[in-house]
Design a protein around this ligand. Sequence first.
Ligand code: F42
Length: 148
Amino acid sequence: MSLEGRYEPSPSEWVRDQVELYERTDGTEGNTLRDTGLPVVIVTTRGNKSGVIRKTPLMRVEHDGEYALVASQGGAPTHPVWYYNLKADPESVTIQDGPEPFTVSVREVDGEERATWWERAVAAFPPYAQYQLKTERRIPVFVATKRS
Ligand code: F42
């Protein structure tokens, strides 16, 4: 299942190349973050201003069939743009974790629920903890749930 519309590849070359390799090989290659060996998923959103389709690799943080999407952007001072795409259109989202993308609903989580998912996120990708120390913003966490 994929979103309808024109796909606009990322302006960032390494991100664009990772998405292309992942999709071309049904997720058998390009499925980790560079030399960390840690797995990624490909998240598709709709641009909140342009309406075009955007694809973003994110670390794979999965628990009981749900996924956390962590808007860390390496601890940068501002949220990544995809954060605003998810807030604007949380039902127009797919995740690819293997050969086939599936549709999800996403919601930003807070409080205890965020704390639980943050722990899972750091377990999956320990640098998130350093990223949080680097930035004054509280790194947003979304939970994505499969739609039937
Ligand atoms: N980023 C994370 O935040 N978390 C992760 O876990 C993560 C893991 C990861 C693993 C592998 C990898 O290759 C990259 C990884 N990244 C991770 C980086 C991630 O893929 C993104 O590159 C990063 O988070 C920055 O996201 P961004 O949405 O800010 O991307 C920028 C480079 C971008 O694509 N900008 C576009 C542009 O043309 O400048 C705009 C995209 C967009 O959605 N535009 C909107 C639209 O309507 O089309 C308008 C936006 C607006 O409000 O102005």
